[in-house]
Design a protein. Structure first.
Length: 438
């Protein structure tokens, strides 16, 4: 519960009851505190909120776009999210990296002598806050996947954990245990990190958030941009991670969570790195499901992708598939955590043999052609394979919000464009100012 945000909203609309409302919230969350303590805390919150409502100085200038994260679908792994990530790359600007945010890969790479250093970070699934071990386990698996699909071997990890003021310290340790469990299974140590409270004293409650980052090394890369016409597309089995856990938890299908507790993806990817086989590109099926990943690859590499739906559906874990089907959740639009490999036809057999040898199922599910866009071939013909505005709704609240594109999406994009451009201008202004002061 964000006391500062609540206080500032109340002050801006001159709410005469803002103090009493803050006191009520504090007493509701902080069990056992006195009314006098709640009153002192509320007044301190209001004091700090008031003096920071309108700070003076160029560095504080912020032009609001008028578009919220939720309205635009940022973080919801759909069209709005992909668009926002493209704008983030514009704000960052040109870099000397071999792979950076412009390529829309989940990790970046720089050259260091004869090798590449690959870096990535993943945020924990927000709906797993009440299940710290699961949150730690799946965010760690996700970040290691992102290193592997760039063709690198992960060598170390870091964590950043934020637990709100009223969260029990045991939640911190449980989360670390989930991270460390994957680290031990994959042989990648967690060596550093940060532990903070969300918003310090200004946020009450027990919400947990955070991320896990990883660094890897390689002498060659397999970025999405290297997908080439004539390549074939192979996919491994997938049982999901944080997304599938959230669906199972919030629909009361808790037994399905156990299906996600494995490191099959990491074992398959590690086996490929040990094999002498040509691979052009790899990715993990996460961002908005296969729909989202396919669109990003097509855009980044400038190619057309053809997928065979029947082959893909067979690679989804049976228990996970049954749950998704019974809940009317489109498996093509959610993260199933499969490994997608794009390689020359001549490599397909060896890739399948290598991955099969570690007990992971794999099949050839498509091909790469000249052109643009993505096609899904089904028994009923060619079907729409565009990502939705948001990923498939996989919890009750996501179904309530819906997946449809807002009618004013084009207008929102214009406002987002303006916000990104203003951020670029501000960045350039302060870079120039600091350089000129040297």
């Amino acid at each position: 519960m964000d006391l500062e945000g609540f206080a500032k909203r109340g002050l801006r609309r001159s709410d005469p009851d803002v103090e009493s409302k803050l006191i009520e919230m504090i007493l509701e969350v902080k069990e056992g505190v006195s009314g006098e303590y709640a009153r002192r805390l509320a007044r301190a919150v209001l004091e700090e909120a008031e003096v920071t409502l309108d700070p003076q100085g160029e560095v504080f200038d912020l032009w609001n776009s008028g578009v919220t994260m939720g309205e635009f679908g940022v973080g919801s792994r759909g069209l709005g999210d992909f668009y926002a990530h493209g704008k983030i790359a514009e704000v960052i600007g040109q870099t000397d990296a071999v792979v950076d945010s412009r390529q829309l890969d989940d990790s970046g790479a720089v050259r260091a002598g004869d090798e590449y250093i690959v870096l990535t970070v993943d945020g924990m699934h927000s709906r797993l806050s009440d299940y710290p071990f699961l949150a730690g386990f799946h965010v760690t698996r996700a970040t290691l996947r992102d290193i592997y699909v760039m063709g690198a071997r992960p060598v170390a990890m870091l964590s950043d954990i934020h637990l709100a003021d009223d969260g029990d310290v045991a939640r911190l340790f449980d989360h670390i245990a989930g991270i460390a469990a994957v680290g031990e299974l994959a042989g990648v140590p967690l060596i550093t990190g940060s532990t903070l409270r969300i918003g310090g004293d200004m946020v009450i409650g027990d919400r947990l958030s955070g991320c896990v980052g990883a660094v890897g090394v390689s002498d060659k890369l397999t970025p999405r941009k290297d997908a080439t016409p004539g390549d074939v597309i192979l996919m491994t089995e997938g049982a999901g991670g944080g997304t599938i856990c959230a669906a199972a938890l919030y629909y009361g299908r808790h037994e399905v969570v156990d299906e996600t507790l494995n490191i099959k993806f990491l074992e398959a990817a590690a086996a490929l790195l040990d094999a002498d086989v040509m691979i052009h590109a790899m990715t993990d099926v996460t961002n908005g499901g296969i729909r989202g990943d396919a669109k990003e690859i097509s855009y980044t590499a400038g190619v057309k992708l053809i997928f065979e739906e029947e082959k893909m559906s067979r690679l989804v874990n049976p228990r996970v598939s049954e749950m998704l089907e019974s809940l009317e959740i489109d498996y093509l639009g959610v993260s199933i955590d499969a490994l997608l490999i794009i390689a020359p036809q001549s490599s397909a057999r060896k890739i399948s043999e290598v991955i099969g040898a570690v007990g992971v199922e794999i099949d050839q599910v498509g091909r790469v052609e000249e052109g643009t866009g993505v096609e899904l071939h089904t028994s009923d013909g060619v079907k729409d394979f565009e990502p939705r505005f948001r990923e498939s709704a996989y919890t009750p609240i996501k179904k309530a919000v819906g997946e449809k594109t807002p009618r004013d999406f084009s207008d929102m994009k214009k406002m987002v464009d303006q916000a990104a451009q203003r951020a670029v201008t501000k960045k350039e202004r302060f870079v120039d100012m600091i350089r000129n002061e040297r």
